[in-house]
Design a binder for this molecule. Structure first.
Ligand SMILES: Cc1ncc(COP(=O)(O)O)c(C=O)c1O
Length: 344
């Protein structure tokens, strides 16, 4: 299918409409690009931040740190609120920080995939809004699996990627942008410096996908459209409920084993669960699950790669698969003697 063919451009337009429903974005603009989640991060930074602007990053793990690093690469003056591994970003800290200093943008991670912490985005975004800062939310590991209503949330950007709870192949990102931020793009003192990553440049194409700016990956966009149709068929609220029920089922199963959850209670994500095991044994556990049980899990990132296991339970998953995963983890931990919890 040609990228400029009526057949494709119509389907691309349909995909954007489905994306609007998945974000609950009726008021803002909706964008889609070929690329991975990090492209959405960088497009958000390049379009929103003018070099030299002060920005605040809520660092609750690896992906918060990446957000800071992307900002630094583009000349932002970055301040951070850093949280110990497994803890959430606290809205009271944010309020205090925003009283002390003025920031153009605050960057928030919805679910930090490195720790499986779910941040309280409603409260955090509300603090940004009352302080007059733009709020950018990374929901790569949240959207379509965790509750999120773009219009009601009031964030200026929420972005996600195709490969997580939407359950499409990797290779596409979706970005929702508020009306207010889009107006700001037009009246910035310094125009947006990026070319491909300049959201304003893409606005006419998103409004009329028949126009050409650069070639999207046709196959990935078609796959994304199919996955978003499945989200619609299931119903967004029903999908959130399913994720929540399965997450609870998996956590209850794991609780019966001698493991320690990384994320603090009350802030555990419905899209994935992370727990610690005996140091050094995570590679063996991962291999056993892959080779013997044909179940793919991730290890921790950075310092935690030897002692953390992360189970992704987002996208298309049912109770039988959840139970099978818990049983396989139980057998594997017992077989390898890995189940002694260690402090996170
Ligand atoms: C929360 C979060 N943000 C950003 C990213 C980066 O996305 P990508 O690897 O698709 O570039 C990821 C990837 O897992 C993520 O989980």
């Amino acid at each position: 299918m040609g990228h400029g063919s009526p057949e494709f451009t119509e389907k691309f337009g349909e995909m954007l409409k489905l994306a609007r429903s998945a974000f609950k974005n009726n008021n803002g603009s909706q964008f889609a690009f070929t690329g991975s989640g990090t492209l959405a991060m960088e497009a958000s930074v390049v379009s929103t931040v003018q070099p030299g602007d002060k920005v605040l990053v809520l660092d609750t793990g690896y992906f918060g740190q990446r957000m800071a690093s992307v900002n630094e690469a583009h000349g932002s003056k970055v301040a951070q609120l850093q949280y110990p591994l497994g803890t959430h970003a606290n809205p009271d800290d944010l309020r205090r920080k925003l009283r002390e200093d003025k920031f153009r943008v605050v960057f928030i991670t919805h679910v930090d995939t490195s720790t499986a912490v779910l941040n309280p985005i409603k409260e955090l975004v509300a603090e940004c809004k009352s302080a007059g800062a733009f709020a950018v939310v990374d929901s790569v590991c949240g959207l379509a699996g965790e509750e999120l209503d773009f219009d009601r949330l009031g964030a200026d950007i929420v972005f996600t990627a195709s490969q997580k709870a939407i359950a499409a192949p990797p290779g596409a990102v979706l970005i929702a942008v508020s009306k207010e931020l889009l107006e700001y793009f037009q009246k910035r003192a310094k125009p947006i410096e990026g070319w491909y990553l300049n959201l304003l440049r893409w606005k006419p194409i998103m409004d009329d996908p028949k126009m050409y700016l650069a070639t999207p990956s046709v196959q990935i966009m078609l796959a994304l459209r199919e996955a978003l149709l499945e989200v619609k068929e299931e119903g967004l609220e029903e999908r959130w409920r399913r994720h929540s029920a399965l997450a609870q089922r998996i956590r209850e199963g794991l609780q019966r084993m001698d493991v320690k959850f990384v994320a603090e209670e009350g802030y555990r994500a419905d899209t994935l669960t992370g727990f610690t095991i005996k140091d050094g044994l995570a590679p063996g556990v991962q291999k056993e699950l892959r080779d013997v049980h044909r179940i793919e899990v991730a290890r921790g990132l950075g310092d935690y790669s030897g002692r953390m296991i992360r189970i992704g339970h987002m996208g298309i998953l049912n109770a039988e698969q959840a139970d099978r995963t818990v049983r396989a983890v139980d057998q594997t931990l017992a077989k390898l003697g890995a189940a002694a919890s260690v402090p996170a």
